[in-house]
Design a protein around this ligand. Structure first.
Ligand code: BGC
Length: 761
């Protein structure tokens, strides 16, 4: 009999009494609350604190569970959940200890970092953002949930909604880029994909929005660093994706490592309670990041573990990941109300997940066979991957290639299985994926030839390379640079075209991978220079988990496809695009700077009193600019080419005044005037011309993907409502729009046509 059945009698009595009093019929929330009330009335303070404890595991394998230290703690009711344990057998065994051997039999929650897929790996989130396709994000999350739950996991530490305008920060790979509008849509879609409005379904899992808040604004792009912004900028530029996740019903939130306004997020009452709960009505639970509670001592806000835990609990933190600090708080009666609240929120999450009805809901060992790494899942990941690549340059229509060609595939990323999925692919099974070399070979079959040479190591310095290639992604070659170069030049001379698979290795982005130099790593740059001297056409497949500086490459190679990390199906997806079976349509979700010196940068910047004149981008004295660089990025936000071309014309508005509850329709004719069918992502931007506080010079508000046959024209329409023009004040309240606005449309944030409108009350 489950715990829920045990309590059912009592709950029923409570509800019946309510019904006899003539109250309205109990809702599911009432039933949950009564259940939790009844359970909590029987819990000791230690058991309540146990629910707040999320120790790390990962080392428990089937058969060991009974005797591990963690098992002892579970039996004593001192554990609320575990993370990084996977596999139905292991999880079932541990769950059994909680349910059958602890006093109250409360089930555990099992969490894991399922970030962009499970064994079927989708592209890194930044790449998925470049699809501008919310359905792609939803599909990724849905497939991730299906696979992870088939392996016993019911809670994922995803999505990451941190806006980032600074490519030095390696975790930019895990988020959706620089723009709050695009990132909000993607974040909400991920939450819906994971949770599906049916948390107690055995194929869905609870999402965890992270990292609340402003983690992506780390100063200097150095991971875990302080983030400071005015509240006005927070609410307008960084908070919208978090808010969107809360509105989409996210079940849990993770506090970030960084400080905000001098107070670490882990113990920041303003963030965790005033904003998250009181302003946004979040009703789920908040978990710390890994050892975030103990880190308050290093931050210098608490003197010891006990104080760190107290501050966190009182700020609104409910669950402690790894520090085991919250469970220490049993000796201070003043904390009892906060402990009750936190415990209740965690029990409610377990209730919503259906764990009280069936603690083994996610322990169906028959599902692995059908649900994990299925051909259907892999086909979905391949489709998303090829939508995520961004074509940055394609001189003389070098791409697509013909399958009859002899290609020289060169570079450290060309033949490495482990470096295809990308950072945070913790359940990846590398030997089930193809290397790029294998993918291209399979695509051409007997028609063409794929010659291969590694050409160089990632970096000349083995230490630097080791820093960026851990967790089984090592690929150091012990041959001399000259020997590797000779081999590459040799095959390049025999080929029609050079395909360079270069850039970052998988672990050069993700957590703790900040870089101060975003150029192509030294050894690879030198190899490209040597290859260039052969005067053969070069296609650069640029692998990276972040925007990088590609100035030399943009001048000297013929075609550049930004491929990010495309997941388990990268090789086939790249073959689809390289050989033209799929026409690329990705657009940058974050700009590529010209230099690190420009960072942080965003197209959505606020104007200065001394801007460069429109259309001018070179040094001018006493104007806001650099004397050694243009202000603009190398490739702007929203940019991306196709194998065909699109023309924009006849931009028109149904009205140039927007008043009351009306809306305006903006329309533009988009024509495919190139030589293939293709998709275009049409983008709509605004500028609030005069306002107090001021607004950015340009802001994305909507977009649409259109598929156009060769020579086809389509009128693309956007309905503009007032709420799409609104902003937030420094308290996070909506400021209604008023006055003159530019409405702009185009293929990216730079090449826009505009019409002015007047917004009235
Ligand atoms: C990361 C989180 C992650 C957690 C658990 C931390 O270091 O910042 O994003 O969810 O570890 O693995």
């Amino acid at each position: 009999m489950t715990l829920r059945n045990h309590c059912a009698g009592l709950v029923l009595t409570v509800l019946l009494v309510g019904a006899l009093c003539g109250c309205t019929r109990p809702t599911e929330t009432d039933r949950m609350q009564s259940f939790v009330d009844s359970l909590m009335s029987r819990m000791t303070i230690e058991e309540k604190l146990g629910q707040l404890n999320l120790p790390v595991t990962g080392d428990i394998v089937t058969g060991q569970a009974q005797s591990s230290n963690i098992a002892e703690a579970i039996r004593a009711g001192r554990v609320g959940g575990l993370f990084n344990l996977k596999g139905v057998e292991a999880i079932r065994e541990v769950q059994r200890i909680a349910v059958e051997q602890s006093r109250l039999g409360i089930p555990l929650i099992f969490g894991m970092d399922v970030i962009h897929g499970y064994e079927t790996v989708f592209p890194i989130p930044l790449a998925v953002a470049c699809t501008w396709d919310t359905q792609a994000a939803r599909t990724m999350a849905q497939v991730s949930a299906k696979e992870a739950t088939a392996d016993g996991i019911c809670w994922t530490f995803s999505p990451m909604a941190d806006i980032c305008c600074d490519a030095r920060w390696g975790r930019i790979a895990e988020g959706f880029g620089e723009d709050p509008c695009l990132a909000s849509a993607m974040t909400a879609a991920m939450v819906q994909g994971y949770q599906q409005d049916a948390l107690d379904d055995s194929t869905t899992m609870m999402a965890c929005l992270k990292h609340f808040a402003l983690y992506g604004a780390a100063e200097g792009g150095r991971d875990y660093n302080n983030a400071e912004l005015s509240r006005y900028r927070m609410f307008n530029d960084y908070m919208p994706p978090y808010k969107a996740a809360v509105e989409a019903g996210v079940g849990s939130v993770m506090a970030s490592f960084n400080t905000v306004e001098g107070v670490p997020a882990t113990c920041n009452h303003w963030l965790l309670t005033d904003v998250l709960r009181d302003k946004w009505d979040f009703t789920g639970f908040v978990v710390s990041d890994y050892t975030g509670v103990n880190e308050l001592i290093n931050h210098g806000i608490a003197t010891d573990k006990h104080e760190a835990a107290t501050l966190s609990l009182l700020a609104g933190l409910d669950m402690d990941m790894v520090s085991e600090g919250l469970p220490m708080l049993h000796d201070d009666d003043r904390l009892l109300p906060a402990i009750d609240k936190a415990c209740r929120r965690i029990l409610e999450a377990k209730y919503r997940l259906g764990l009280f009805d069936n603690p083994y809901l996610y322990c169906d060992s028959t599902r692995r066979q059908t649900d994990i790494l299925s051909s259907d899942n892999r086909a979905k990941a391949r489709a998303v991957a090829r939508e995520s690549f961004v074509l940055l340059k394609n001189e003389n229509d070098l791409l697509p290639l013909s399958k009859d060609m002899t290609i020289a595939l060169i570079g450290p990323l060309a033949d490495t299985r482990a470096n295809m999925p990308g950072t945070w692919s913790v359940a990846a099974v590398f030997d089930r994926y193809k290397t790029l070399r294998e993918g291209l070979q399979d695509a051409v079959g007997d028609r063409g030839r794929v010659l291969y040479a590694k050409g160089c190591n990632l970096f000349y310095d083995p230490k630097t390379e080791a820093n960026g290639t851990m967790f089984g992604r090592e690929m150091r070659d012990t041959r001399s640079p000259q020997a590797m170069l000779n081999e590459a030049l040799d095959i390049a001379r025999k080929a029609d075209v050079i395909v360079a698979a270069m850039g970052e290795a998988s672990e050069m982005s993700g957590e703790c991978t900040s870089r101060t130099n975003l150029d192509m790593p030294d050894a690879q740059h030198d190899l490209l220079v040597e290859l260039r001297k052969l005067r053969k056409p070069i296609v650069l497949l640029n692998f990276s988990g972040r925007p990088v500086t590609l100035n030399w490459e943009a001048e000297n190679v013929d075609a550049i496809l930004q491929v990010w990390f495309g997941g388990s199906e990268t090789a086939d997806a790249l073959a689809d695009v390289l050989y033209g079976d799929h026409n690329p349509s990705g657009k940058l979700a974050v700009a590529f700077p010209r230099s690190v010196g420009q960072l942080p940068m965003t197209y959505r910047h606020y104007n200065t009193g001394r801007p460069l004149p429109d259309g001018k981008d070179e040094f001018s004295k006493f104007v806001s600019c650099y004397f050694d660089s243009p202000n603009t990025p190398l490739f702007p936000f929203g940019y991306g080419l196709s194998y065909t071309t699109f023309d924009y014309s006849d931009f028109a508005l149904s009205n140039t005044t927007l008043s009351g509850a009306d809306s305006i329709v903006a329309s533009v004719v988009v024509t495919n005037n190139g030589r293939r069918d293709g998709d275009e992502i049409v983008q709509l931007y605004i500028r609030d011309l005069v306002s107090n506080p001021v607004r950015p010079v340009v802001e994305l508000i909507a977009w649409q993907r259109v598929s156009l046959k060769q020579a086809e024209s389509r009128t693309v329409e956007f309905t503009i409502r007032k709420d799409m023009l609104a902003s937030f004040d420094a308290d996070g309240n909506v400021i209604a729009p008023e006055g003159k606005f530019d409405i702009m449309v185009g293929p990216n944030s730079r090449d826009l046509r505009k019409v002015e409108i007047e917004v009235r009350n």
